[in-house]
Design a protein around this ligand. Structure first.
Ligand code: GTP
Length: 375
């Protein structure tokens, strides 16, 4: 059975996720879309199908936790849906997950890698991040979640541009581009965007991203007169799931390192941290010599073990020794996986490209290590 494409819709509180989603659902597209709502603070935990009589099935997932447990709930929900679909009890072609505005999208995305059953049924198509033109600057200054949402994005939609001046919008766009150069940006007025720009983006297709942003390759780390900040945000950092490619979620014991406050209830405000600096950075690594698979696996395994919490997203198209096919590798935090892609073209230069996005990335270690993994 073909994999079910899944789209993660994220964005800070009030950024227009629901507005966009409503537009998408009311457009006459003839597609059956299951929507999973992860609403914060709702009472009933059951996954209820709220709308079964239209083309969409809306499943409300409500749990108070925006970080770790969402994964369990989400995993259960996704499994349940896939199972019912197999049995013919529900009918849908794709899934959209709307996360709460407070959520770090990392754990949500990780669900698609870490659980065998989920990975067997679903394909994470893309992460779409809504950014509120009016409030984003402030949110990005104050909230690491907001930064993470931008860092994770495969596509950025900017809402509420009608509420700001031209220059304000430009400044925001530049800031977002510096944080996440690979994500295309689009200004969207009250969620008005063609469906084809929302679904089937295949956000993990690195080549596409690179083609859209040729200047991307020249992007170095973006320093904004940085000062190291001290915010140890529990959720990516605290997660103890050191799965690199191994999908077993059970041993996640939700560590919250150091004195980190547990963010499970979404009330952990970071207002005292004034980030005048964006922590999310990225860099690209290219290689002309093929990689030795075993060496590369060892290296990346070791690196994500240590730096995984800071590595929001990484992906690459690799030339690997022993195969004529491209190896598509991708990961979120400690979880990574790879698949065989299409064959390298006859005249195509076999160049591996990798993008790493995160905070305080161990760039030099990666660059040196990667060099040693080439044959
Ligand atoms: N002016 C303006 N308002 C917008 C735009 N898009 C959305 N809004 C409004 O912004 C408010 C919040 O939008 P929602 O779609 O509820 O935002 P959300 O991201 O789902 O919010 P949470 O669920 O709280 O995280 C609503 O009042 C929308 O009507 C836009 O392009 N321009």
């Amino acid at each position: 059975m073909a994999l079910i494409p899944a789209t993660i819709l994220t964005g800070f509180l009030g950024s227009g996720k629901t507005t966009l989603l409503k537009r998408v659902l009311t457009e006459t597209h003839g597609q059956k879309i299951a929507v999973i709502e992860n609403e914060f603070g709702e009472e009933n935990i059951d996954n209820e199908i709220l709308v079964a009589d239209t083309q969409e099935q809306i499943i409300q997932m409500s749990n108070g936790c925006v970080c770790c447990t969402i994964r369990d709930d989400l995993r259960a929900t996704l499994q349940d849906l896939a199972e019912k679909r197999r049995k013919g009890e529900v009918d849908f072609e794709r899934v959209i997950i709307e996360t709460t505005g407070m959520a770090d999208p990392g754990p949500v995305a990780q669900t698609f890698f870490m659980d065998d059953e989920v990975a067997e049924s679903y394909l994470l198509d893309s992460i779409i991040t809504l950014v509120d033109a009016k409030h984003a600057q402030h949110q990005l200054d104050e909230r690491l979640e907001a930064q993470r949402q931008v860092g994770f994005a495969d596509q950025i939609f900017i809402s509420k541009s009608d509420l700001v001046g031209k220059q304000e919008l430009l400044d925001l766009q530049n800031r977002l581009r510096a944080m996440n150069p690979r994500a295309p940006q689009k200004v969207v007025h009250f969620g008005e965007v063609p469906l084809k720009e929302v679904l089937d983006l295949r956000g993990f297709n690195l080549n596409a991203a690179l083609e859209i942003f040729p200047e991307f390759m020249a992007t170095e780390e973006h320093h904004h007169h940085g000062h190291a900040h001290d915010c140890d945000h529990a959720h990516a950092e605290g997660e103890a799931c050191n799965h690199h490619g191994h999908k077993h979620a059970e041993d996640c014991d939700h560590h919250h390192g150091k004195d980190e406050p547990c963010n499970h209830h979404g009330h952990h405000h970071h207002a005292h941290h004034h980030h005048h600096d964006d922590d999310v950075k990225s860099f690209v690594y290219r290689a002309r010599r093929p990689f030795d698979p075993a060496k590369l696996e060892d290296l990346l395994g070791a690196i994500v073990q240590i730096y995984g919490p800071k590595m929001y997203r990484y992906k690459g198209v690799l030339d690997m020794k022993g195969t004529n096919r491209k190896v598509i590798f991708q990961g979120v935090h400690q979880l990574m996986g790879s698949d065989l892609g299409p064959e390298w073209g006859k005249d195509e230069e076999r160049e591996s490209k990798m993008v790493f996005i995160g905070v305080e990335l161990p760039r030099e270690i990666l660059e040196q290590g990667l060099k040693q993994c080439q044959v």
